[in-house]
Design a protein around this ligand. Structure first.
Ligand code: ASP
Length: 317
């Protein structure tokens, strides 16, 4: 869907956008109960982030709080409810970026960390590195005192079934016929004029052991820069990595002077489509404008601004 931009107000005190993934999300296959549940998950995340922003808190704290809320919500593919990889494990990825100083932190291929976005935040704040993976990332999260859960916590029957079906059909993840990219993310502008973005995911069902997607890759699935915008992506990670989606949008704004919507629409509806990259993203610019473009059937998305906008949507129309 071409994004016409949700708002064009200048100098708003704060803006927040969240997503719960893009893909084959059709009204015809949704029940009212399930739709209400998804909307509740998005609302919870908006509330968690707004609580931070409305009190003058930082964009980084807001996106961390919003993404942690989405990770705790079992219907989304991140934290509790993360998809199974080919060997029946949850291997999760997350990233966070502070647009005020270009600080960034990410974890990849981690198991049992209750909130991978919190681990990404610790990496950014305390490790002296940008990305930690696997056992090293888990050990670091333990040192930081983060919460761990056993495998049963992450198990959701529906995800297990999706994985079993994929295995039975010997479906390669990348040929996934039922494309649902349930990754979660948030992008925010705070009242101090700082931007931040965060993304968290279980990746793609039946993905190869060790596979990393775009979500934890700074500049691909996650990026924030006070000069331009904050972005969190969802979609077919390999294509988003090859297109360096989030950084490309920032560059189009910084070097070509494009407006947020113009840059987002060019990348999502033209550049990604040209190479078969399905998905979408949420973006907030330094003026508080919000853009929520996607080229799939739907994207779980919501946004709020201190200027009075509040919206939640799922489908194309
Ligand atoms: N982009 C994620 C990945 O490829 C999947 C998603 O957005 O749901 O890992």
């Amino acid at each position: 869907m071409q994004s016409a931009g949700v708002s064009c107000l200048i100098n708003m005190a704060y803006s927040l956008a969240v997503h719960g993934g893009a893909g084959t999300i059709l009204r015809s296959t949704m029940t009212p109960e399930l739709e209400a549940a998804y909307r509740k998950g998005l609302d919870n995340a908006l509330n968690a982030g707004t609580l931070v922003l409305s009190q003058g808190g930082s964009a980084v704290d807001a996106v961390e709080a919003a993404v942690a809320s989405l990770e705790d919500f079992p219907l989304f593919n991140a934290g509790k409810g993360a998809v199974f990889n080919h060997i029946g494990k949850h291997e999760m990825d997350a990233a966070i970026m502070d647009g005020s100083n270009l600080a960034a932190g990410a974890v990849s291929g981690v198991g049992n960390i209750k909130n991978p976005v919190k681990a990404a935040r610790e990496v950014m704040d305390k490790s002296g590195h940008v990305m930690l993976v696997g056992a090293g990332a888990e050990a670091f999260a333990r040192e930081c005192g983060l919460e761990f859960e056993d495998d049963a916590y992450f198990y959701i029957e529906q995800r297990y079934k999706q994985w079993q079906d994929a295995v039975a059909e010997e479906r390669v993840t990348l040929d996934h016929s039922e494309k649902k990219f349930g990754t979660v993310g948030a992008a925010a502008l705070d009242s101090h004029g700082n931007l931040a973005a965060a993304t968290s995911t279980g990746g793609m069902t039946n993905k190869k052991f060790g596979r990393v997607g775009d979500s934890p890759i700074i500049g691909a699935g996650t990026y924030a820069n006070n000069n331009t915008c904050a972005i969190s992506c969802t979609g077919h990670g390999e294509l988003f990595m090859r297109s360096v989606v989030a950084y490309d949008i920032s560059c189009l704004m910084e070097y070509k002077g494009m407006k947020l919507n113009e840059a987002c629409n060019l990348v999502v509806h033209e550049k990604l489509v040209r190479i078969g990259g399905e998905g979408g993203l949420i973006a907030v610019d330094k003026f508080g404008n919000v853009s929520l473009p996607f080229n799939s059937d739907g994207m779980y998305r919501a946004a709020i601004t201190s200027g009075g906008l509040k919206m939640t949507a799922i489908y194309k129309d």
